[in-house]
Design a protein around this ligand. Structure first.
Ligand SMILES: [Zn+2]
Length: 267
């Protein structure tokens, strides 16, 4: 697809000037004849600088993770795809100081959305996700499904699921280092770490039926568009009834799933 096709597709699915848009993406899925920079520009054009474009820019700079030093928002590479890695380096884009689960934002109120993220855990009150869900935001998943959707972790936080403190990779540790805006190195210890997303798709049919999530087409691959507040409210309610609905009992390869169910079975 070309830039004009993408712009037209975004218009067709209802993305417009002033929108607040959180994007998860697979560049490959777009089969795009151009650069990731163009895709970002296209998304910026769609929401305009009256709106807000936000992307997850997780870098996972945990203290015990081999090969990963302190987090530096200007340098630390994004671990989840070329579109956010490109976006965070573009003019006018701001990135939060959270050393493991940062976000980048552009547009109106971008600074307000990312401010102070590092002082809180990855999700929950005080984070960009919490704010975004309360600002009539839309979540666009380009060529990916709910498994990529970080707002689901926000729902886990707000529902206070019983496995929040189980790390997805215990060897990485809970501590992280980051450089603040004055270049000072700060050490922080997070009690809870968001992790597994293996079971997120379990909630996809329910979210669709509730009208919070819509399957859309930008090109050949399936994409999704969600109303952030609707998605969050539905999931918080569901997690309060079934706290383990987002985990998978049979995932022997997942430390968090296994530990969470072990703990539940003991109780
Ligand atoms: Zn898992």
């Amino acid at each position: 697809m070309k830039k004009a096709d993408l712009s037209e597709s975004l218009r067709k699915i209802g993305i417009k000037a002033g929108d607040r848009l959180l994007v998860h993406s697979s560049f490959k899925s777009l089969d795009y004849e151009g650069t990731p920079t163009e895709v970002c520009l296209c998304l910026m054009d769609a929401v305009t600088d009256d709106g807000l474009l936000m992307m997850v820019t997780h870098s996972y700079n945990f203290i015990n993770r081999k090969g990963f030093g302190p987090y530096n928002k200007d340098v630390s590479p994004v671990q989840i795809g070329i579109i956010p890695e490109t976006f965070r380096q573009m003019d006018g884009v701001l990135r939060s100081l959270h050393p493991t689960h940062s976000v980048a934002a552009w547009g109106k109120y971008a600074q307000e959305f990312i401010a102070g993220h590092e002082k809180f855990e990855a999700a929950g009150e005080g984070t960009p996700y919490y704010r975004f869900a309360r600002a009539e935001g839309k979540i666009l998943m380009i060529g990916c499904d709910l498994e990529a959707c970080t707002m689901v972790h926000e729902a886990e936080w707000e529902a206070q699921v019983p496995y929040l403190d189980i790390h997805f990779d215990a060897e990485w540790g809970r501590e992280a280092l980051y450089y603040d805006d004055n270049g000072e190195l700060i050490r922080i210890d997070y009690k809870n770490i968001p992790g597994c997303s293996h079971g997120f798709v379990n909630c996809q049919p329910g979210l669709t039926d509730a009208g919070c999530l819509n399957k859309i087409s930008l090109n050949k691959e399936t994409s999704y568009l969600a109303d952030a507040s609707c998605l969050l409210n539905y999931l918080v309610k569901r997690l309060r009834e079934y706290p383990y609905v987002l985990l998978e009992r049979e995932r022997a390869d997942c430390y968090q799933c296994m530990e969470a169910f072990k703990r539940r079975d003991i109780l």
